[in-house]
Design a protein. Structure first.
Length: 259
């Protein structure tokens, strides 16, 4: 069997006056080297996409983190400029893909912005600038450090016993690299909370009625996926689910063979 392929929705970025559809290298590297599968970058457009046409051609969906935030109008909250930057094309691409991947039992891993998109796609809401809320830690990235320092593993989260992620990582405490300004506020009805930070912030969820791997994490397992045990285990489990889905798909019969 050829190596399975996962779709990764792109962000819209501007460089030197040109518009780019981009995915950070760390997600592509982890997909290849830790999950053991290939990746297709899916361009982000606000309209005109056939979601099923994309999912017909892949074996999994990875929804990455981003510097942008889900637009508040998508979860019924008044728009505040400080909640940006926004990427409406990313929203319009990712949210339908998430819903259809779950419906079609296509394996799904959602990271950082991805877990927030997963929650919004299924009817949940988000809290902005959570560091300003009483009792909530400052989960934002530290200033004045390089990228390795930015993504350093420094935070403890509690994985709930009996959860999907506990089956992969084991229950109890693990150390992660979680850096974000927003977080889940109202958890979508179809999501189960899998792990929380010590301040109560939701750090991982799974889709309750999913017929395939469907997990979201607020932290960044992709950054150390080749060297950190927990990060590697999470990507390996996603890769196993993608391979299982690919193996169960009906083979494609060439048109000339039918003729």
């Amino acid at each position: 069997m050829t190596k399975p392929i996962v779709a990764i929705p792109a962000d819209i970025r501007s460089f030197d006056g040109a518009t780019w559809h981009a995915v950070q290298h760390q997600y592509l590297r982890a997909t290849l080297n830790a999950a053991g599968v290939m990746a297709f970058i899916i361009p982000a457009f606000e309209e005109g996409y056939d979601t099923d046409a994309i999912l017909d051609r892949v074996d999994g969906l990875l929804v990455s983190g981003s510097a942008s935030n889900v637009h508040p109008s998508l979860y019924g909250t008044e728009v505040n400029d400080k909640d940006g930057p926004f990427d409406p094309a990313r929203d319009a691409t990712s949210l339908p893909l998430i819903r259809r991947a779950i419906d079609r039992a296509i394996p799904l891993l959602a990271i950082c912005r991805g877990i927030q998109e997963l929650n919004v796609a299924l009817g949940g809401s988000l809290a902005s600038e959570i560091h300003e809320q009483p009792g909530i830690w400052d989960h934002r990235r530290p200033e004045g450090v390089d990228r390795d320092g930015m993504y350093a593993i420094r935070q403890t989260v509690h994985v709930r016993e009996g959860s999907c992620i506990a089956g992969i990582l084991g229950p109890g405490e693990i150390r992660v690299n979680s850096l974000h300004r927003q977080a889940i506020a109202r958890t979508a009805p179809r999501l189960q909370v899998e792990a929380i930070a010590e301040d109560g912030t939701v750090e991982a969820v799974s889709v309750i009625d999913a017929k395939a791997f469907a997990v979201g994490v607020q932290w960044h397992p992709e950054y150390w996926a080749e060297t950190d045990k927990s990060s590697n285990q999470l990507f390996a489990a996603f890769g196993d689910a993608v391979r299982s889905y690919a193996a169960a798909k009906l083979p494609v019969i060439p048109a000339q063979a039918i003729a």
